[in-house]
Design a protein around this ligand. Structure first.
Ligand code: TRP
Ligand code: ZN
Length: 484
């Protein structure tokens, strides 16, 4: 979903006579406009690119279109591990398309339609290539419907660990960064193409299916229960999740928004339940620092699976490994994943190289929460890390860590140190104004490091490019920041 594109396509639609808008075709020339605008006979319909052009992950996502909404309807049977699905993808072409790709890992495609007409489809690796009966005209909307099924498998990614659909004893967990969604639905799998989502998940009675956003109803029939979820804020695809199993559910309301927590019954009631129950309290604290909570629902999911040793900031409803709570209550990880709702989710990456913007700000939120909670101050945390971080942190530039160091200590801790260096340099009042402005100006959008630096310079009135450059790209320890 692109704000610029949506505006442009609205304008285009308004200038096209209604009857002609849907008639773009590669073999049947139809004039688009009588006033010198391109006609389809002069158009060059070409396949969209098989990648979104991310330098770190060239195959992620696709080119030539921009998704606005996904409706993902799936049925999953833990007894057979089989998933049957229908995905409805509403998109707009950003070039004249003869064909376009969706990312889909494994699974078997049964049929594809585009604007209701059967479309050709083929698979190459994890790409689904769709060739509609007629070319898709740049700027026009289209709807692709894909019916598919099979046994979903996780993505093999040795460097980055868990990614995608995992089968568990009682259900499944679809989770992973920087990719995971393509293991259970066809998707333009890059954070630069955010979209809204409706999920409908049918599971055998007795199981819960949790996903993102607002709970939108539950209906049973013939031994199956369908759980519906609606995410109405634009979401990057890796922030989608599906967790199926047996859970202790807590439902409520906070500030007029639904709260929905789920803790696996595989762990005893206690620290996990108590910790995620503080989600709204932590979110309220972060609102004071970052500005309004950006989404329409709150929640958390606690899973227990040896393959998942992380938490992930899945939109509006982070997923936590039960391991975080083995030593007792832990609101630090809750503060981290909630901070991502502003930084990472509402303000999303445009390219994976900028990951420090997510992890540095979320780690800094842990420091702020710890100080607020009466533990050590952010300054003390910075001092300890500045003095005691291992050599690899200073060797690895968080602003360009490389794929293999995407989630390294440098990205998290030196990323947070970079945020603190900014704070020390510009002073508290400009610093907190910068954080709030970044969240509000880029809300439901994407942002880059260069844009964050420019905003920081504008608000502080200081030249900060050299400071960011040193903290983000040097391969030796930067000087201690000083007020300027
Ligand atoms: N972004 C997650 C966090 O900060 C960590 C993470 C990285 C992760 N890759 C993952 C979690 C894959 C689950 C799966 O909290
Ligand atoms: Zn994080």
């Amino acid at each position: 979903m692109s704000r610029r594109l949506l505006r442009a396509s609205t304008a285009l639609v308004l200038t096209i006579p209604l009857g002609l808008a849907a008639c773009g075709s590669s073999d049947e020339p139809v004039p688009i406009s009588a006033s010198g605008a391109p006609t389809s006979s002069s158009r060059q319909f070409r396949p969209g690119a098989p990648g979104a052009g991310d330098p770190y992950f060239p195959t992620y996502g696709n080119g030539g279109y921009d998704v606005g909404h996904y409706r993902v309807k799936v049925r999953y049977d833990p007894a057979t591990d089989r998933l049957t699905g229908t995905a409805t993808v509403r998109a707009a072409a950003t070039q004249d398309l003869s064909a376009f790709n969706l990312d889909l890992a494994g699974l078997t495609v049964r049929s594809v339609t585009v604007d209701g007409a059967p479309a050709k489809h083929a698979r190459t690796g994890n790409e689904l290539v769709v060739t509609p009966a007629r070319g898709l005209v740049s700027g026009n909307g289209f709807v692709a419907e894909i019916a598919y099924e099979g046994v979903p498998e996780p993505l093999a990614n040795e460097v980055l660990g868990v990614g995608g659909f995992l089968h568990t004893d009682t259900g499944a967990i679809a989770l992973g960064q920087p990719e995971s969604a393509s293991t259970w639905f066809p998707v333009n799998d890059h954070p630069s193409d955010k979209a809204t989502y409706d999920f409908e998940v049918a599971v055998p009675d007795g199981l819960t299916a949790v996903s993102n956003g607002v709970p939108a109803g539950k209906a049973g029939s013939g031994g199956w229960t369908t759980w519906k979820w609606a995410e109405r804020n634009p979401m990057a695809s890796y922030l989608s999740t599906l967790v199926i199993g047996k859970f202790r559910l807590t439902q409520g309301e906070h500030k007029g928004r639904p709260v929905f927590h789920a803790v696996t019954t595989e762990v005893a009631e206690g620290a996990p339940d108590r910790s995620i129950a503080r989600t709204t309290e932590v979110a309220d604290y972060l609102e004071g620092v970052f500005g309004p909570y950006p989404f329409a629902a709150y929640g958390g999911v606690v899973v227990s699976d040896s393959r998942i040793r992380y938490a992930l900031e899945t939109q509006s409803r982070p997923v936590y490994s039960a391991g975080f709570f083995r030593g007792g209550d832990n609101t630090g990880v809750v503060a981290h994943e909630l901070a991502h709702q502003w930084f990472g989710n509402s303000v999303a990456l445009a390219r994976w190289q900028d990951i420090w913007l997510n992890e540095g700000l979320a780690t800094y939120a842990e420091w702020l929460w710890a100080e607020h909670d009466g533990e050590r101050t952010a300054q003390a945390e910075f001092d300890a890390r500045y003095a005691g971080s291992p050599a690899r942190v200073w060797r690895t530039p968080p602003g360009d860590p490389g794929v293999e160091n995407l989630f390294s200590e440098s990205v998290y801790q030196r990323g947070a140190m970079t945020v603190h260096a900014l704070r020390v340099t510009v002073g508290d009042s400009a610093f907190f104004e910068i954080l709030k402005a970044w969240a509000s100006q880029k809300r439901d959008d994407n942002g880059t490091t260069a844009e964050f630096v420019a905003l920081s310079e504008r608000i502080s009135g200081k030249k900060l490019a050299p400071l960011f450059d040193t903290w983000l790209t040097s391969t030796t320890r930067p000087d201690r920041p000083t007020p300027r």
